[in-house]
Design a binder for this molecule. Structure first.
Ligand SMILES: [Zn+2]
Ligand SMILES: [Zn+2]
Length: 333
C-alpha cells in the first residue's frame, strides 16, 4: 500500500509500505477519509515524523483476525486514543487521560495511508446516513469543539464570540449557533471570514486587529460583554482580547494550543471570571454529536478540499496556505 511520510521542512513523501495484517483484536480498516489537522503543522514544518501521520480517520473494516464484535464491511470512525481500556479515565470515556495513551500518527501508524491497523475498540460504528467524512469530523475537529462548547452550558440567546474561524473555530461557532447562542467570529483571514459568513451566519465577523473591536462587542452586547469567549487560535493575544470582552461571571474556553498565557488574578477576581481548557470529546458524546447532525448541525460544511492520497503534496500545500477549511485525504491512491 501507499502511505505518506512527513520529512520535515514542509516536505512529504508518498512511499510504498507493507499493508498491515489483522492480529487478535486489531482490525484492518480501508481508509476512506482522513482529515489534515492543525496539529500536523508542527511535524510537517519542523522535524518530520517517523510514523505515518493522520489521526482523524474513517473507513471500512476489510480484514479481521479474532475480533469480539467487529465484522468485515463495518463502516467506522476511528477514535484516535489507543488506551488500556481499564483505568478510571478509560472507564469514564475520557480516553485521552489514560497513562498508556498511544495516538495514530504519533506512537502508531496513522491514517494518511490506504489501510490502518487499529484495535476494534477504537472503531465507532457509523450509521448508514452518516458519511465517512462526517465520521472523521466527529472523532476530532467536531468532537473537540462540541465538548468545549457543551461545557460552557450555553442558553439560547447567550452572546458568545469565537476567536479563529479555522476548522475548530468553525465547528465551535456551528455548535454554539445550533444550541441557540448568538455568535460573533474573529478572524483576520478573508477566506475564513467568508467561509464563516457563508455557513455559520454569525451576527458579527470581526478582524481582531481592528482598533474598534472592543467597542463593537460592547455595542453588540448592550454594554455587558460576551458570556463566553472560545479561543480557537492558540494565541495569547487572542486570549487577552477575549478576556477583555467577557462579561462579569463570564467564561474563557481555551481550545487552541499555545504555550504561554499570563492572566491577572485580580482582574479575574473582580469580574469572577472562569477559564477552562478543553482537549477532546468523551466517548459517550459520540452519539450526542450524531444526533445533532441528524437534526441539522452543518458540521460537514467545514470541509473545503478533498484530495486522493496521490495528491497529498498539493493537499499539504493548500493546508499551509490557510486558505482552506478542513482538508480531507480520501485514502485511495
Ligand atoms: Zn486532529
Ligand atoms: Zn486507561
Amino acid at each position: 500500500m501507499f502511505g505518506v511520510h512527513f520529512l520535515g521542512d514542509g516536505k512529504i513523501s508518498i512511499d510504498e509500505i507493507p499493508t498491515p495484517k489483522p492480529n487478535g483484536k486489531n482490525v484492518v480498516v480501508k481508509v476512506t477519509a482522513a482529515g489534515i489537522c492543525g496539529t500536523d503543522r508542527h511535524p510537517l514544518l519542523e522535524e518530520g515524523q517517523k510514523t505515518i501521520p493522520g489521526h482523524e480517520i474513517a473507513g471500512k473494516i476489510v480484514e479481521v483476525d479474532k475480533p469480539s464484535w467487529a465484522r468485515v464491511g463495518d463502516r467506522v470512525a476511528i477514535n484516535c486514543h489507543i488506551t488500556c481500556r481499564a483505568c478510571e479515565h478509560c472507564l469514564n470515556g475520557d480516553l485521552y487521560f489514560c497513562n498508556q495513551l498511544q495516538v495514530p500518527g504519533y506512537e502508531w501508524d496513522g491514517g494518511f495511508a490506504e489501510y490502518l491497523l487499529i484495535p476494534e475498540d477504537n472503531c465507532h460504528p457509523l450509521l448508514d446516513d452518516i458519511s465517512y467524512e462526517t465520521g472523521a469530523l466527529i472523532v476530532d475537529v467536531l468532537g473537540t469543539a462540541f465538548r468545549a462548547v457543551k461545557r460552557a452550558g450555553l442558553k439560547p440567546g447567550d452572546q458568545v464570540a469565537v476567536w479563529g474561524a479555522g476548522p475548530i473555530g468553525f465547528e465551535a461557532a456551528a455548535v454554539a449557533t445550533f444550541l441557540g447562542a448568538r455568535v460573533a467570529v474573529f478572524d483576520m483571514n478573508p477566506y475564513r471570514q467568508e467561509m464563516a459568513a457563508k455557513y455559520n451566519h454569525p451576527e458579527l465577523i470581526l478582524d481582531p486587529t481592528d482598533k474598534d473591536t472592543e467597542a463593537k462587542i460592547l455595542d453588540w452586547t448592550s454594554g455587558r460583554g460576551i458570556e463566553v469567549g472560545f479561543e480557537c487560535v492558540g494565541n495569547e493575544k487572542a486570549a487577552h482580547q477575549a478576556l477583555k470582552m467577557i462579561k462579569k461571571r463570564g467564561i474563557l474556553a481555551i481550545i487552541g494550543v499555545s504555550h504561554s498565557l499570563t492572566v491577572d488574578p485580580w482582574e479575574m477576581i473582580q469580574r469572577e471570571l472562569t477559564i477552562y481548557a478543553s482537549r477532546n470529546f468523551n466517548t459517550h458524546e459520540f452519539n450526542e454529536m450524531v444526533s445533532m447532525i441528524r437534526k441539522g448541525l452543518w458540521a460537514e460544511k467545514v470541509v473545503t478540499h478533498r484530495y486522493p492520497l496521490k495528491d497529498a503534496e498539493k493537499a499539504f500545500e493548500v493546508f499551509l496556505s490557510e486558505n482552506c477549511g478542513k482538508i480531507i485525504l480520501t485514502g485511495s491512491c
